[in-house]
Ligand binder design. Structure first.
Ligand SMILES: Cc1ncc(COP(=O)(O)OP(=O)(O)O)c(N)n1
Ligand SMILES: Cc1nc(C(=O)O)sc1CCOP(=O)(O)O
Ligand SMILES: [Mg+2]
Length: 204
């Protein structure tokens, strides 16, 4: 599936409760989201596989890929389009080997040391962050700000999205760093109108 990182939605079970997971994602895609990550730290693998299958069905025909956060086994079992892992979520080469060449594989990067160590041949994109402090992720790294983000993007061997505290008014500055787009949780999931909230990331 084509990788378009213009606007990356990362779901959150609590923030999506207002409209429901599937309806939030479908509305956000109507608003312009180009890639979706299913992220739920508490759900069991079986629950996540069920959610992923329902999201895949809802996204059918849209061209929007579904990525699974953290859990390789769920990505494989659910027929999702890919996996996003962090620095402590397992081995990139092993994930690539199990997913196969056709899958999308993303890695989180917080600093230049991590950038220097990664294997770009095994990966499709990077998630750089946090740009700003955020209450959505516990124990996140020190915020980069736009200057730190720009420095990482300039050194990145792969296309990258920026994540962490990003709202619609930041979209222009994120793209000006060379990042392909913002990755967003609360700026879309927690909003009264997720479609309008997503669209606003293109109107900045
Ligand atoms: C697009 C994107 N970028 C970064 C992250 C963060 O991943 P990670 O560091 O593994 O943290 P958790 O999301 O697992 O808490 C992401 N999920 N997506
Ligand atoms: C899932 C995640 N990863 C981050 C990182 O820095 O790697 S920040 C983050 C949460 C982003 O949520 P919001 O858009 O609500 O600020
Ligand atoms: Mg992770």
């Amino acid at each position: 599936m084509r990788l378009d990182l213009s606007l990356y939605l990362v779901t959150d079970p609590e923030l999506c409760v207002r409209h429901g997971l599937v309806e939030t994602v479908v509305a956000a895609v109507r608003g312009g989201v180009t890639i979706v990550q299913l992220r739920d730290k508490q759900a069991s693998d079986d629950e996540l596989i069920d959610q992923a299958r329902r999201l895949k069905a809802a996204l059918a025909g849209s061209g929007v890929p579904l990525i699974i956060n953290d859990r390789l086994a769920v990505a494989v079992a659910s027929g999702a389009d890919g996996l996003h892992i962090g620095q402590d979520d397992g081995d990139v080469a092993a994930a690539r080997a199990e997913l196969g060449e056709g899958a999308i594989l993303g890695l989180s990067v917080q600093n230049h040391d991590q950038l220097a160590r990664l294997d770009p041949d095994a990966l499709d994109y990077l998630g750089l962050g946090p740009v700003f402090a955020t209450s959505t992720k516990r124990n996140h790294a020190t915020p980069l700000g736009f200057d730190g983000l720009a420095s990482l993007v300039a050194a990145s061997p792969l296309p990258a999205v920026a994540i962490g505290g990003l709202k619609a008014e930041h979209a222009r500055r994120v793209r000006a760093t060379g990042a392909k787009g913002p990755a967003v949780v609360s700026g879309i999931c927690g909003q009264p109108d997720p479609e309008a909230a997503a669209r606003a990331f293109f109107e900045d």
